[in-house]
Design a protein around this ligand. Sequence first.
Ligand SMILES: *Cc1c(COP(=O)(O)O)cnc(C)c1O
Length: 459
Amino acid sequence: MATFVPEPFRIKSVEPIKQTTRAEREIFLQEAGYNIFNLRADNVYIDLLTDSGTGAMSASQWAGIMLGDESYAGARNFFNFQNAVRDIMGFEFVAPTHQGRGAENVLFSIMVHAGQVVPNNTHFDTTMANILARGGNPTNHVIPEASNPAYDHPFKGNMDIAALEAFIEKTGAENIPLGMITITNNSGGGQPVSLENIRQTAEVYHRHGIPFFIDACRFAENAYFIQQREPGYREKSVREIAREIFAVADGCLMSAKKDALVNIGGFVTMRDEELYRQVAQELTLREGFPTYGGLAGRDLEAMARGLYEGTDEDYLRYRIGHTQYLADSLLEAGIPVLRPSGGHAVYLDAKQIAPHIPASQFPAQAVTAALYLEGGIRGVELGSLMFAHPHPQTGEWLYPELELVRLAIPRRVYTQAHLDYVVDVAKHVFENRKSLPGYRIIYQTKFLRHFTARLEPIS
Ligand SMILES: *Cc1c(COP(=O)(O)O)cnc(C)c1O
């Protein structure tokens, strides 16, 4: 039996959500061109589109909002935020930004030049795009086990150290302005990286004189997985583990919309003062004065408090248990799910659910549409609608290996009953899977088509 870790909070403020009828949803979905990105959020009952910026803030964070100091320069909330970053991560200098990609833009505009290469376990899509936008070349070196959906591995986000080493030798360290690792590995299913692997990665980069930056969006969830799964860390606190992670890095980038439990915000932080001076100048040009970045004073206060709450162990036990509960309940119902479950999302394996739908007719999109139609649940397709592309020379369509539906879990938002409801709806879709239709695209853009495409079912 799947077990649920009781919430370490109670509810003080509620936001009504509306259940619609199936007949209404048929119309909404048709009007949206069968693309869940085109739905009005008001017509969604359980919204599992993303865990980014969708979490619930605490009473303390909302109280902090009222203590916002909106001075242009030197607001007190900046110093609270800086102290939180120094205390939890151990970096001396920090520049706030409007969100994660703002931090990427500022750092890469200084460090990455045309033709240079930036390795990672797996780059997140905005990270990849911001490196490409500088004329750089992002490369991925995650362990090969990561691409096998059924393979159970405690640290499926690990860097392939031998492959990284060989890649640096071949490329030449002089062509690598910085090296990265993403914790947890979002694009690889929210899978954690072990502390041993983070240390080895740092050692390889540093031996070649390459600065090491961590994409730390979900560092607290990653630190909790280390405590639970890596030998020798059971007795250490999550904050001690976080300090050990950051101790081997030169800096980090973070979208605070993830583990800092805010609705907007991000930052880039580092040890090197000269680099910080350049970042502060770029920040002033693109985001705002160095003590506020793209944010209001109140946002900085919420972020300072969120960094502490996001590393609270009672919260993390509940958070990871919550995700695990959904994955285990789906598995118990016989529904194929990516193993092991990651920190922030559960992934349905649409190739197994709808083997009768070929990749050219978007099986994961079919499951995504059915979850909305049957229960008003919004997941997101990570399959051929998002990733298929024509071969640059032959024009032949290339399809991704996996057809997944991601159910991302907002932090502190939904209850066990909501998750049980999701499982019931998924069961219903699974039982009727043979009748799921394939889809064809009737409108698409050349780039990032999944956001705006319009589709229709094939009868
Ligand atoms: C969300 C995310 C980003 C980008 O952050 P935004 O706040 O969405 O701009 C970068 N890297 C990873 C791993 C992320 O999950």
